[in-house]
Design a protein. Structure first.
Length: 180
């Protein structure tokens, strides 16, 4: 299905928009009769719709472990940081999706006993966050199911198609990195 979205998005980019244009897969899925205002509109809505479908499925898996996608993302960042932990600011910079309230998210991880804070001894303004053994256990438990979910969601696509999606997503966001 994601392949169809990308195909129609690419086709829309190469064809002039007119009333005679065939109904796209997204128009059909959204039960929309009117053509999109332009290819950028259709591509953006395709990205948003695909995000909604795929994250809905992944959210259900994470919810079984009392996690949201941002909490899971933070745990993975902390696991990668190792014993030294990570500064709160650095965690925010490394998040897949920007989160405005890192403090609240880290509070939640502490409440779940999956992470702990430690104030820097040299600069008391700096706070480091560390993953706990329970946090590591949670990630270890999720590693296999998350990989399997990714295969379920995208395994019907070839390696070339997946590489094309990744390349196009980088191309779409690259000029806007750093914008809010």
């Amino acid at each position: 299905m994601l392949t169809q979205y990308l195909f129609y998005g690419i086709m829309a980019l190469s064809q002039p928009e007119s009333e005679d244009t065939m109904t796209s897969a997204l128009q059909t899925e959204l039960k929309q009769r009117k053509a999109f205002a332009g290819p950028e509109d259709e591509a953006m809505l395709n990205i948003m719709r695909t995000h909604s479908v795929l994250t809905g499925i992944s959210s259900a898996l994470l919810k079984e472990h009392n996690l949201s996608a941002p909490l899971y993302n933070i745990l993975r960042i902390l696991r990668g940081a190792g014993d030294r932990g990570a500064r709160v600011h650095d965690i925010g910079d490394r998040m897949v999706a920007r989160e405005p309230d890192m403090t609240r998210l880290i509070d939640r991880l502490e409440k779940l006993k999956l992470a702990r804070r430690e104030r820097c001894k040299v600069d008391r303004r700096v706070i480091y966050v560390h993953i706990t053994p329970a946090g590591l256990d949670t990630l270890t438990t999720l590693d296999g199911p998350v990989r399997e979910m990714h295969r379920k969601l995208l395994g019907h696509m070839s390696a070339t198609e997946l590489a094309t999606i990744s390349r196009l997503m980088v191309k779409a966001r690259e000029p806007h990195l750093g914008e809010k």
